[in-house]
Design a protein around this ligand. Sequence first.
Ligand SMILES: Nc1ncnc2c1ncn2[C@@H]1O[C@H](COP(=O)(O)OP(=O)(O)O)[C@@H](O)[C@H]1O
Ligand SMILES: [Mg+2]
Length: 226
Amino acid sequence: MAIKLADIRFHYSDRPEHTVLNIPSWSLSSGDQVLVHGPSGGGKSTLLGLLSGLLTPNDGSLTVLGQSLNSLNDRQRDQFRAAHIGYVFQQFNLMPYLNAIDNVLLATRFSVRKNTNTIKEEIKTLFQGLNIPENEWNRPIRHLSIGQQQRIAIARALINKPQILIADEPTSSLDQSNRDAFMQLLMPMVTKNQMTLLFVSHDQSLSNYFTNIQSLNDFNHIQGQE
Ligand SMILES: Nc1ncnc2c1ncn2[C@@H]1O[C@H](COP(=O)(O)OP(=O)(O)O)[C@@H](O)[C@H]1O
Ligand SMILES: [Mg+2]
């Protein structure tokens, strides 16, 4: 089992009366590729925050790759995330003034120590695998197109060879052709590396790329609220 939630409850501390998540039971098996859709404000990013250990539940148990996140402290959760979870964000969150290689290098700073030159070689291999032309490797991100940036964002999510890949609406700000290019790049990488993919989006047009499609509301029970 890649992900297992039981009796999870979560609210943000500034709004204790507003339960964002109430998930009695939910799990993903290793190798699952799942699209979870739901409306904006429905709690998708919050769910991903819990799974990646950036947020902690008010109640319930969270197990990722057999590890109970409840039993880890903040630092241990950071290390666990770095070692096992890749993350692709909506706006990609790349550093505009750093070049492509250094952006990906940043993602390796919490992982097991390796010689920087060794890591750079791994980054270059990954860039080649993602068909990122060599003349883009050393250019600051702000000079790259959206289509180029999305490839760097995928490379950054994959560099630590995560077992779990989490994607938080990475295609939402892309036009249709960039969206398709993104999905056509991402999905084979996930399959080839046998990763578990949890992709959240309010955009149901992505359904073509998934066989396992779930609605957050089917397992998040917060009826009667707002
Ligand atoms: N950092 C935060 N502090 C307080 N409330 C938040 C925070 N982030 C999100 N929320 C609230 O939690 C709910 C779920 O938000 P979110 O998980 O971002 O939904 P989604 O990703 O599905 O759009 C919303 O009501 C939102 O306003
Ligand atoms: Mg969100």
